[in-house]
Structure formats: C-alpha cells, structure tokens
Write a protein that binds this ligand. Structure first.
Ligand code: PXP
Length: 241
C-alpha cells in the first residue's frame, strides 16, 4: 500500500494568522496518525510563516509514526534539523515571495551545496530526500549525489488542464521509471487533492505521497480524522482498480 504523509503546515498557517495558540498542529498530527497517516510532514520555513521551531521540537517527542521535515539548504535550518533528528529530511527550494514551494530543487545548479548538506544530515542518522521536478537530468544528478530518495514535484500535474494533464502524467511516469533504474525510492507530492490523486497513486514505483493543503481544507468541514481516512480510501481504491 502506498504510504500517506500528512502535511500539517496549514494548521499552523491559521494559528500564525492571529498569533494565537490554536489550532495546534501537534494535535492535528496526532489525530492524523489516529486516522492512519503513515508519517507527518512539516516545513520549517526560513520566514517561519507557519511552523515554528517549538512545533518541530515538540512534534518530534509526540508523534508515533515518522517525522518528515522539509528544509531549505540554509545553514540555520539544517542546524535545527540536526538537533531535532527527524526520521527524514526532504530538501526543498525556498523563496520568500512564493505562496508555496514552486518547482523542485535545482540539483544540477546547487550540486555541491546539496551534497554537503545531504552528507551532514546522513551523518546525523537522518534519511535524506530531494524534492525535484520530474526531469531526467535532475534525477540523474540526485542519484549521483548519493541520496536514496527523491520526492517528485506534482505541482505542474495538479495545475494542468485538459490535454496537459496526460502530458504531465507521462513525464511523471517516465521520471519514476528512470529513478527506479538508479535504485531510488520515489515519493511524490504537491497540489494533490481528492480529485486528482488517483492517477498519481496508480503509478508503479511511487511509495509515498505527501499531501497537505487539500486534507487540511477538507478537515474544516469533515474534521481531520475523516479527511485523512477519506484520502487513504481514495488512494486505496485507486490502487485496487
Ligand atoms: N511535498 C513537498 C516537498 C512540499 O513542499 C509540500 C508543500 O509544503 C507538499 C508535499 C504538500 O503540498 P500540498 O500542501 O499542496 O499538498
């Protein structure tokens, strides 16, 4: 069964909008785990627009599944990751003006920095993945760095309309096949929703999906427990077909 990582950043987004102490992303993570989340994903951004340092440290002690911490290459963020020691770190690009992570990390351009950061994290016992576009050159560069895991950015697929959708699915399929030849573990995420997740979930070789915005949005109406259960069910049914 494909694993579901529930990204709880947007619970913290609502809290930070008013600098209150609610809603609590840790409580959300625990409820997501009760509902069957296989791991909890969170992004400690340099601008701290949602998740705060204290969330990361508390979450590490409280969750019972796995913690997947999304990090930029900034030294300050990597220092924190090395203290927290999440199970996994996913290296992502970051840009202050973006609404969300736009595009994958450019592994070709930032090759030596990424290698240094990945080596440092690995020597702290942390599994490292790199968030990249479904691009053969990027995958090859990631494999050569020596990380064992990539997460394919599905944002373009999620935003695609009409015939573009199949083109994006084709690119992702080809990227997964290529990554598998290098023995990489392949995860995917970004912009996945109840309506578009099935086609990604059925791609042979994808092991984990990280989904946040659509689940937290649905939680407003159905509660986080049900929002996670329904997402797991949609993924399960897609796989079972
Ligand atoms: N994976 C990565 C690496 C991300 O940066 C994000 C967004 O934080 C997600 C998955 C989840 O994206 P979404 O919130 O659109 O489901």
């Amino acid at each position: 069964m494909i694993k579901l990582g529930v990204n709880i950043d947007h619970v913290a987004t609502i809290r930070q909008q008013r600098y209150t102490d609610y809603p609590d992303p840790i409580l959300a993570a625990l409820k997501a785990e009760d509902a069957g989340a296989d791991l909890i994903t969170l992004h400690l951004r340099e601008d701290r627009r949602h998740i705060q340092d204290s969330d990361v440290f508390t979450m590490r002690k409280m969750i019972r599944t796995r913690m997947n911490l999304e990090c930029s290459l900034s030294k300050n963020i990597i220092d924190i990751a090395c203290q927290v020691k999440p199970n996994d770190v996913c290296l992502v690009p970051e840009n202050r003006s973006e609404l969300t992570t736009e595009g994958g990390l450019d592994v070709i351009k930032y090759n030596s920095t990424i290698k240094d950061v990945a080596d440092r994290l690995s020597s702290n016992g942390i599994n490292v993945s790199i968030f990249i576009d479904p691009d053969i050159g990027q995958i090859e560069a990631a494999a050569k760095i020596g990380v064992g895991v990539i997460e394919i950015h599905t944002g373009k697929y999620s935003d695609a309309k009409f015939t573009e959708i199949n083109n994006e699915l084709f690119r992702i399929n080809e990227a997964v096949k290529f990554a598998k030849k290098y023995g990489l573990k392949v995860n995917a995420g970004h912009g996945l929703s109840y309506d578009n997740v099935a086609s990604i979930a059925t791609i042979e070789g994808i092991e984990e999906l990280n989904i946040g915005h659509s689940i937290i949005s649905r939680a407003l109406f159905d509660g986080i427990y049900n929002a996670v259960v329904i997402m797991k069910q949609v993924i399960f049914e897609a796989k079972a077909k």
